[in-house]
Design a protein around this ligand. Structure first.
Ligand SMILES: [Fe+2]
Length: 258
């Protein structure tokens, strides 16, 4: 029970910058009175509303850690956490903001000469920002153990057992070539969990975003008809886009809260 209260307190701490002081005070008092489940629900609602707020172009901010810098000791040292969050994560936020603003400028001026550079920057810093945001919340003091409920059921279903999942994930993390991540992901297409490795963390993507409209520009997609003229293929492709499908994907994606 005490652990549950701590985790709700941590959530409350996380939403603090976004709600007025009176509300925080009230929730804290009620939490101390023992209304843990109800407060948990309320805090989750507030958090979901915050998550749904649109981030303006170039307006990403460094999220607060949901615990103190030394809270994960002895497993992760305070110095690492401080540098990792204040320096590394901040530089991803700054880099993403800059790339987004530069691409906005490119659209306004219709000048795409440096687009490849800024797309790469947005992918690199964007993935860094989004993955670290998940990473901080994926950890907590006095964590560990194993999941319960629906997640455990799904893990057992998809990997055979929690132990098998943990061995696979551990190996995936150990074997990432160079810098990168190990990720437990949900595949909406296959309706199951999977484990992936990400080398560096971008390769042109921003993890956590949802694809709505995709265009295959591998040569096999156009060579027989357009030879090496990719530009014409891309131009002509707009004539076959199914916007109803994109619309459906958009509506489904917007219903998700990360
Ligand atoms: Fe990192």
């Amino acid at each position: 029970m005490q652990q549950y209260i701590h985790s709700v307190q941590a959530w409350l701490e996380r939403v603090k910058p976004y709600v007025d002081a009176e509300t925080v005070e009230r929730l804290n008092v009620e939490l101390e009175r023992g209304d843990v489940v109800r407060i948990h629900e309320q805090v989750t609602n507030i958090y979901e509303q915050i998550q749904r707020k649109r981030v303006p172009i170039g307006g990403h901010t460094l999220p607060q850690l949901p615990y103190a810098y030394n809270a994960l000791e002895p497993y992760i040292a305070e110095e690492i956490m401080r540098l990792h969050h204040e320096k590394h994560h901040q530089s991803y936020v700054d880099g993403l903001n800059r790339a987004e603003k530069m691409m906005q400028q490119a659209r306004e001026k219709n000048d795409y000469a440096l687009l490849k550079h800024w797309e790469r920057e947005a992918a690199f810093h964007g993935s860094g920002h989004y993955l670290h945001t998940i990473f901080w919340n994926n950890m907590k003091p006095r964590g560990g153990g194993r999941p319960t409920g629906a997640l455990l059921q799904q893990i057992v279903r998809d990997f055979g057992s929690f132990e098998a999942f943990q061995r696979h994930f551990t190996e995936a993390a150990k074997q990432v070539e160079g810098s990168g991540w190990a990720l437990l992901v949900w595949s909406p297409f296959a309706e199951r969990l999977d484990i992936l490795q990400a080398e560096k963390h971008q390769n042109g993507t921003q993890w956590t975003t949802v694809p709505l409209l995709v265009l295959d520009v591998w040569e096999h997609a156009y060579y027989l008809q357009y030879k090496n003229d990719r530009a014409t293929y891309v131009q002509q492709w707009w004539n076959v886009v199914n916007w109803d499908d994109v619309q459906q994907r958009f509506i489904k994606a917007k219903g998700r809260v990360m």
